[in-house]
Design a protein around this ligand. Sequence first.
Ligand SMILES: [Mn+2]
Length: 293
Amino acid sequence: MKILHTADWHINTRHKRWASLDDSLDRMCREARDARVDLVVVAGDVMEKGPSAADWRVLTGHLTRFADVAPTLVVSGNHDDWPWLDQVMGYETSHMMHVSTEPETIVLQDGQFKPGIPGESDLVIHTMPWPGKATVREWYRRQTGHAVPEEEADRIAREFLLQIFQGFFAERKQAGNRAPSILVGHLEVSGAKMDNGQPSAAAGLTVGIEDLNAAECPLNLLGHIHAQQDLNVARTYYAGSPCRLSWGEAGAETKGCLLHEFVNGGTDWGTKRMDISSPRLWTMEAIYEERDG
Ligand SMILES: [Mn+2]
């Protein structure tokens, strides 16, 4: 079971370095085909806020090309505020596309996404789209039938999120499903290293590693932070953004995507960093001194 993991495309055709992102996504798709991946995971922020019709066409073009290679899952991020993102699920592609805008459990079985969790499947997938504070309160209201009391809103929302992660583990246990499992989220995990200049998104809840681990998945595949990294002893990964678009990303670290593979029936797994060789940005600093005479 091979999984290509990418995130944070931030498609914006008006960006002056837009062409390099477009190229990087094409290259990534060819890598996915060459590696014969079983699943493509896009962990949120596929577009910029306030996208244009051109951005939408480009996004659906890339997503459908990925879905011609393998089943493709998108989990929505804090920038994906386009209400009709999930329309892509109706597009004609060789493999299924699924857009997750709420926490849910689906499975991959014989190359198809299916809702819920049967006793057996090839993979179990739990999703956690961006937990904006207002969004989590809305999930809570729908689940419990009453509003989060204002004075304790953050504490209750945090506990509610933890319950969702715990619930994921309970669901697998109850179903007796022993397939490999992944958690796919667009999240800000405390302790993760931000790229220079990437602000912390205050409108969302930060989660701790211990929250994620409550789901007890061998792999947590995340988006949101643009610096590619792993946390939690090679269990929690940020794919990072596919190429450098801002000067805060001028470092030497790998830019691209990750390839995760479950082996030995899912008891072991490994991760490979795929550098898709985006152009390196250089920051030049000059110091001008005033001299006498
Ligand atoms: Mn984000």
